[in-house]
Design a protein. Structure first.
Length: 276
């Protein structure tokens, strides 16, 4: 609603630019509308997002990271030239108020009152993050020459250990320097793959139509080719081949009866069953 009011183009008939200057002065309102209701006290209402998981001290409920509140933002100090802000908001589950404060020295937020942090912290040094120099260490570097020398030697050793990693990062970054060339090669590779896939689909569709198959065909793999090369298929004998084999068997059969068949005929004649 505030945004729509800010973009209102209607100017009343009694509006005088020389007298009023702007529509906000004419309406006696601030450009930030309701967010600036406590601006005289140095407080600006903003949309604040919970930076980590906490426990509310009022209702003892858990509030997850990322939950948003309308918080009162106020400057309470400075860390060198970086301002320190305090955020005050009301818990959405109880009347308790939560107060958090920015911590530029530790690159974090600290709880002032009304809540307790769920301990899920880690050491930034273990994660190879850049840790700001503490105030005491900075003062010692400026005043103690021996400490500054030792600190410089340790920094040089850390740099030597990090040189291979930095070289790899630079090499990887230089490989992606030619964005146009990489994009062209990638698109060319995609076009070639798309053409091969289209040809395989057309070949599979033709095979399905020729064989009358309704099942999807899988892509041919190298293992399938090797297995097919090891198999030997024997086609069944044709009708002409069977006739030729039958004629060969008949022609190779003896014309005269064998001894067993002659003996059987003589036995039948003795029994009177033979033909006269």
């Amino acid at each position: 609603q505030g945004e729509r009011k800010g973009t209102n183009k209607y100017y009343p008939p009694d509006f005088d630019p020389a007298k009023h200057g702007s529509l906000n002065k004419y309406h006696h309102s601030h450009p930030l509308r309701e967010r600036a209701r406590k601006l005289a006290q140095g407080i600006l209402v903003i949309r604040f997002e919970m930076p980590y998981n906490i426990w509310c001290e009022g209702c003892k409920n858990h509030i997850g990271m990322g939950v948003r509140y309308n918080a009162e933002k106020k400057k309470v100090g400075s860390y060198y030239t970086t301002p320190i802000y305090r955020f005050r908001m009301k818990c959405h589950l109880c009347p308790n108020y939560l107060e958090l404060q920015s911590d530029p020295a530790g690159c974090d937020y600290v709880i002032v009152s009304g809540a307790r942090r769920k301990e899920e912290r880690w050491d930034p040094g273990d994660n190879q993050q850049v840790v700001p120099t503490a105030r005491e260490e900075k003062e010692k570097l400026e005043t103690d020459a021996m400490f500054r020398l030792e600190h410089g030697v340790a920094d040089q050793a850390a740099l030597q250990r990090a040189v291979p990693t930095l070289a790899n990062l630079q090499q990887a970054q230089s490989a992606w320097k030619d964005d146009f060339g990489l994009n062209s090669r990638l698109r060319r590779h995609f076009r070639e793959e798309k053409k091969i896939l289209r040809e395989e689909e057309e070949e599979a569709a033709a095979l399905q139509a020729r064989a009358g198959l309704s099942i999807p065909l899988l892509r041919e793999e190298e293992a399938d080719r090797r297995l097919a090369a090891l198999l030997k298929y024997h086609s069944p004998d044709s009708y002409e081949e069977k006739q030729r084999m039958k004629r060969t068997e008949i022609s190779s059969r003896s014309w005269f009866p064998s001894a067993a068949s002659s003996k059987a005929g003589e036995t039948l004649r003795k029994l009177g069953l033979g033909s006269r």
